[in-house]
Design a protein around this ligand. Sequence first.
Ligand SMILES: NC(=O)NC(NC(N)=O)C(=O)[O-]
Ligand SMILES: [Zn+2]
Ligand SMILES: [Zn+2]
Length: 440
Amino acid sequence: MSDYDLIIRNGIIVTSDNCFKGDIGIKEGKIIEITAQAPIKDKAEKEIDAVGYHILPGLIDTHVHLNEPGRTEWEGFSTGSKSLAAGGVTTFFDMPLNSNPPTINKVGFELKQEQAHMKSVTDYRLWGGLVPENVSNLEELHHCGVIGFKAFMSPSGIDEFHHSDDVTLFKGMNEIARLGSILAVHAESTVITDQLACQKQNEGKVSAKDFCESRPIISELEAVRRVLSYAEATGCKLHIVHASSSKVVKLVTEAKQRGIDVSVETCPHYLSLTVEDFTELGPIAKCAPPLRDTEEVEFLWAAFANGEIDVIGSDHSPAPPNMKQALNGNLFRAWGGISGAQSTLSVLLEEGYWKRNIPLQRIVQTVSTNPAKRFGLFPTKGSISVGSDADLAIIHLNQRFTLKKEDLFYRHPHSPYIGKVFRGKNVTTIVKGSIVFTDG
Ligand SMILES: NC(=O)NC(NC(N)=O)C(=O)[O-]
Ligand SMILES: [Zn+2]
Ligand SMILES: [Zn+2]
């Protein structure tokens, strides 16, 4: 009997602060040995020859909407998790909406947990929601084991998940601080976006550009400033999701310097697509906050390079194709949400590593180590070290490929990235020592 279930040999092991050639020995789902100088002497049942491949800690996608139960025709744990696995993700955090019921109390949590447990091919955690109706349910959700809470400051697009008015936000944050948990916030100002959207549509201005102009950066800045003040007043840990602009990131950096416990996420689409792409691609590239211009994309990369962006989440928010259409060319009336579950690493490698010289370690920090640290999973997750879960993504850094519709594992295989050429492909994904994806 071998001491190992699996040995991965001669790969280039990339962690948040290191890069070296070595072997990884795995037993019962855990990493039990890492050697850099000499090979592991023992043999295992199963061995992977990783010469020429890079081995990353599996990605932790902090932001996906898999919509089960209740909107399984949009997505589901089976298709969604397979697609994440194909992209090198080994753990995802599912948002409390657009499932129905949403995860806003114990009953909703348990219904979702049951489905996720049965169907997910990767590890996962569930977000709980904060809505005006459920401040008194936050404690039971916390005891269910939610990874944190999520609130919207502007309408979510889903009837059963109301956005939080300021009083709800403040009360909820007091409670979340008491529980020692964390609040993730979709921060756009309802006042600003509602007024501008009304104005635009009344004037018949309904193009992609008009939609983007109806949700300007200032509306994110206003909401972020407000919720930062509440974090300061309540002591609640805060996480700003899907910042579309480096100006939002700067606000967070300044708040950190003042001692506020806050982190910030952005998404691959804000680092790779622009208003012009949205105009060309149509509703497939519609999201909120919306895509920005080329200059903003570059500023966001500068913030990424600096280490000011804590976390990358895909914000995979899928919908059936008929909802990703603009009736009469009205872009205000298509579903807002980009399907990107499978493309996070591809975008970061192509646009970051290859085009902008971003070190692999920085990428590993934002997709794996920082999320694990921020949400209390480190070092079990987010690291390649003895004792940590054997959650790994084996990638072929030089492999060039064109993304095709047939490559996508999620339910409705549309994506703004179809037809794009990427360098760097995830070829094998391992979750707790089991291979859950191999290319081909
Ligand atoms: N209900 C949603 O899934 N909304 C999502 N939609 C986007 N981002 O366009 C989100 O994260 O806000
Ligand atoms: Zn959002
Ligand atoms: Zn989202």
